[in-house]
Design a binder for this molecule. Structure first.
Ligand code: NAD
Length: 336
């Protein structure tokens, strides 16, 4: 491909992705299946890799999510909320492991924290002296929407942490999602009333959480699982465990809900078995997932690996093969 053709392609694909991002993140109303979006993004990254001069800082490949809705007050995240890079095959997973081993210049076996990739939306919950004081969406990773009142309606999210042993300021990061049964009931009710139905549980969760009237959110049966920690006040640093899995268990101890499928795995090949196991269980789970998330467990190694523009180097989503492509015809009938 000539540089000129590559430039035209980058412009065309970027424009298309920006449009899809707006529909998905701002309007909660995607017009194409995720697999199609992922294909376009990979095409963009492939061209940018071949022609690095074409990779601009505002390329969609360098950005997280979409902008925060102006209808809500805005929250600036004290620590950014990033996205995840992803792999789609065993070869890509193995290349990811080789890459981090090379970067760490270590032959030590890497342990992982393995988690299902929940298909909802990321939120950050801020507890001060154990009390929930603020909840925000990820937004563009730097600025999110203040959705505190809506989050308070989710029954499994504690308004006060359990016990007394926690940092003065603790930000809990996790996923708000709509269980499959709640999603089906919601759409049944909408159909009965002749109203629009939601395309999938992810859009239903996003649409429900970003309601200006929290009474509507309260009726939507949303759920939450914690999967990480954001900002922690200085004195709380000593409280934090040095393993990601252990940190999730600390969150559980103070009352945060955690996905029961999360596992500590001693090496990368156990991650492949985990991926297969979760893929086999997918339909039986009460919530929607679209893959697994595999995170280097040792926090010191995470810090050594650091971040790139939009995602940590120490974690990747290992995504399942697309299901939506099969149900596309059905999906296009659906609107949020
Ligand atoms: P992502 O969903 O691929 O991965 C990052 C997100 O995963 C996090 O923000 C968090 O919300 C979530 N997550 C779930 N379980 C997690 C766990 N255990 N640990 C950590 N994070 C976990 O990234 P994204 O930037 O939110 O979205 C990109 C994806 O969204 C695309 O790959 C595509 O599938 C979809 N998308 C689709 C369209 C469309 O038009 N169809 C548009 C934009 C995005």
């Amino acid at each position: 491909m000539s540089l000129e053709t590559a430039q035209q392609q980058v412009e065309k694909i970027s424009e298309q992705i920006r449009q899809y991002n707006h529909e998905y993140y701002v309007l909660d109303q995607p017009s194409v299946p995720d697999a199609e979006y992922d294909r376009l993004m990979r095409e963009l990254i492939a061209i940018e890799t071949e022609f690095p001069a074409l990779k601009s800082i505002d390329s969609p490949s360098q950005k997280v999510g979409g902008e925060a809705l102006k209808a809500f007050t805005q929250v600036t995240h004290q620590l950014p909320m990033l996205s995840l890079d992803n792999v789609f095959s065993q070869e890509e997973w193995q290349a990811f492991v080789t890459r981090i081993n090379d970067r760490l210049a270590s032959s030590k076996t890497l342990a992982f924290c393995a988690e299902p990739k929940l298909d909802g939306l990321a939120v950050s919950l801020r507890y001060e002296q154990g009390v929930l004081v603020q909840a925000a969406t990820r937004g563009d990773g730097t600025t999110g929407e203040n959705i505190t009142e809506n989050i308070r309606t989710i029954k499994s999210i504690p308004l006060k942490l359990m016990g007394t042993d926690y940092p003065a300021v603790l930000e809990v990061r996790g996923e708000v999602f709509m269980p499959k049964a709640s999603f089906e009931q919601l759409n049944e009710r909408a159909k009965a009333k002749g109203e629009k139905v939601f395309a999938n549980p992810r859009n239903a969760a996003a649409g429900s959480l970003r309601q200006l009237d929290s009474k509507i959110t309260a009726q939507r049966n949303l759920a939450f699982y914690a999967y990480g920690i954001g900002y922690v006040s200085d004195e709380g640093q000593a409280w934090l465990a040095d393993s990601h899995f252990a940190r999730l268990n600390q969150l559980k101890t103070v009352g945060m809900p955690m996905c029961p499928e999360v596992k500590f795995l001693a090496n990368a090949s156990e991650c492949e078995a985990f991926y297969q196991d979760i893929l086999n269980k997918r339909d039986a789970l009460s919530y929607e997932i679209d893959g697994t998330v595999l995170k280097v467990d040792d926090i010191a190694l995470q810090q050594q690996l650091g971040f790139v523009a939009r995602a940590p180097r120490w974690a990747t989503a290992y995504k399942f093969p697309a299901q939506e492509e099969i149900t596309l015809l059905e999906d296009v009938e659906f609107q949020v």
